[in-house]
Design a protein around this ligand. Sequence first.
Ligand SMILES: Nc1nc2c(ncn2[C@@H]2O[C@H](COP(=O)(O)OP(=O)(O)OP(=O)(O)O)[C@@H](O)[C@H]2O)c(=O)[nH]1
Ligand SMILES: [Mg+2]
Length: 205
Amino acid sequence: MEQQPGGGLVLNVDHTFKILLVGDSGVGKSSLLLRFSTGGFEELVPTIGVDFKAKVVDVGGKKVKLTIWDTAGQERFRTLTSSYYRGAQGIVLVYDVSRAETFDSLADIWLREVDMYGTVEECIKMVVANKSDLAEQREVSREMGLQFAKAHGCLFVETSAKGNVAVDQAFEELVHKILETPSLLASTGSTFGLKSKQPQQSSCC
Ligand SMILES: Nc1nc2c(ncn2[C@@H]2O[C@H](COP(=O)(O)OP(=O)(O)OP(=O)(O)O)[C@@H](O)[C@H]2O)c(=O)[nH]1
Ligand SMILES: [Mg+2]
């Protein structure tokens, strides 16, 4: 910790990374973030717009501040949430293993959004298969999720926010991969590593 001229305290960190959570409504994005940030699990209402939490983690000997943006999955917020892809070094695409349509949406909606609105070249994508505790209701096998992630160059982790299975591991793996990617470290706080294309403007009717 360090005293600032204005009297406030700042935490010295090696890097600050922006992480974005996307996926259909109800897949458990906010529950994963709650579990990761506070260790808890409780019944949540659907996210309105975008929520945000910050957490400092030690990964590979580095102190990393994560600013994690939790977007609403509901379609009515899509125009708003699209602007939050900008500058994200890590994007987590979440589906619910007990609802196959949420898995299909990864290809139909969420990966397309990453391509359209992401601005960081080489940003790390991670597919998270949540609700692994719902064994009886499972509609998407681990193998299907893993194959999909491989085919699209994404990391893959199965989690349960409810059962606290592999949630910390998912975020840590993501941070590890970002730390291993030099262009993403250069992009922290600078314009290095940004895609050359201009961000998409939302169209006007
Ligand atoms: N069984 C089970 N239920 C879960 C798990 N994670 C979340 N849920 C439940 O799934 C529902 C939706 O969770 P949310 O975290 O609000 O989902 P979300 O993806 O943030 O939804 P939006 O904010 O609408 O995009 C809630 O009833 C949660 O309690 C899990 O790992 N297992
Ligand atoms: Mg939510």
